[in-house]
Ligand binder design. Structure first.
Ligand SMILES: Cc1cc2nc3c(=O)[nH]c(=O)nc-3n(C[C@H](O)[C@H](O)[C@H](O)COP(=O)(O)OP(=O)(O)OC[C@H]3O[C@@H](n4cnc5c(N)ncnc54)[C@H](O)[C@@H]3O)c2cc1C
Ligand code: FES
Length: 276
């Protein structure tokens, strides 16, 4: 989601910085090999990760250091200092991670470390045999991604009443509405992502009922899906205006990518309604 070009500031960590300048429990912004880098210290341990949040480019150096993690100051995504891995939404992608070396009272940032790929392990005892996620919004998407990232290899089905893949809903009323962001940038992931990660995403699939006894969900079209674990991530509907004029032609509700696309060229004022 973050595609801004980053300016470099602070010390060049490749040339080294005095250990005394890297205070225990604090973060130092600098750069290495042309990338903005955050150097952090926890006791004797030193970490170097990308300084820019992969969500919307928040400055991680202004965030919060908690144990071996850093929280973005903008929308509180959480990254591991050890791997750069993303531990909490709304960011979806990791930041880079570099090897750090201490020598003669100085700290050096060396080469970038390869990203660790999670091994997909067979479904182990106690893990659900099949997961159904009811909802194709940011929450459902994050759940499906996290399951795969943490090695769950069983079937994952996402059922969404939406016509489009999970999208960056907040941006529909901001950069996308203003025309500054393209339609292609709005989906959280391209459709191929779900195929690659064996996430069976079913769009235009409204669920009519859940039978918790037989562990099935039934779609409006009558088809059924068995689950072992079910996640309800159905979000909320916009609050409808109940005032005179609410039914006028130029009052619109904006919630989905499809609604935004149909409104894009409408010569009227747009109203977006937040969920309850
Ligand atoms: C225009 C707009 C701007 C916003 N701006 C901001 C902002 O600036 N900051 C902020 O914090 N928040 C903002 N929000 C709110 C934010 O987008 C939501 O809080 C967030 O999208 C919630 O994610 P979710 O996955 O929980 O639910 P949702 O995104 O609502 O997704 C719910 C999913 O469940 C599906 N679903 C529901 N019922 C069924 C069913 N019976 N069967 C099958 N599928 C079903 C829906 O089709 C959808 O895919 C904005 C919202 C909108 C619409
Ligand atoms: S920019 Fe970091 S969480 Fe949004």
């Amino acid at each position: 989601m973050n595609d801004t070009k980053n300016k470099l500031s602070g010390p060049d960590f490749v040339k080294g910085v005095a250990l005394s300048k890297v205070v225990d429990g604090a973060m130092l912004l600098g750069h290495a090999h042309g990338d903005p880098v955050l150097l952090a210290r926890r006791g004797d341990e030193l970490f170097a990760i990308g300084a820019i949040c992969t969500h919307y480019g928040g400055p991680l150096a202004d965030g919060l250091l908690v144990d071996d993690t850093v929280r973005c100051p903008w929308h509180h995504a959480c990254f591991s200092l050890r791997t750069g891995g993303v531990l909490r939404a709304p960011a979806l992608d990791p930041v880079s991670c570099w090897r750090v070396e201490q020598r003669d009272g100085s700290v050096y940032v060396r080469e970038k470390l390869a990203r660790t790929k999670h091994q997909h392990s067979p479904v182990t005892a106690g893990a659900p045999k099949a997961v159904v996620i009811l909802g194709g919004g940011a929450a459902g998407n994050a759940a499906a991604e996290t399951l795969r990232r943490e090695g769950y290899s069983g079937p994952i089905t996402m059922l969404s009443a939406d016509a489009s893949v999970p999208c960056d809903r907040p941006n529909l009323s901001k950069g996308f509405l203003a025309g500054a962001a393209s339609a292609e940038s709005n989906p959280l992931r391209p459709p191929a992502f779900y195929l690659e990660h064996s996430i069976d995403l079913k769009l235009g699939a409204p669920v009519a009922s859940v039978d918790t006894k037989s562990r099935h969900v039934q779609l409006v079209d009558g088809s059924r899906h068995a689950y072992d674990a079910l996640l309800l991530a159905t979000g909320a509907e916009p609050v409808r205006l109940d005032v005179p004029g609410a039914a006028l032609r130029h009052v619109h509700y904006l919630r989905t990518l499809a609604e935004r696309a149909s409104r894009r060229d409408a010569p009227s004022r747009h109203h977006s309604h937040f969920h309850r």
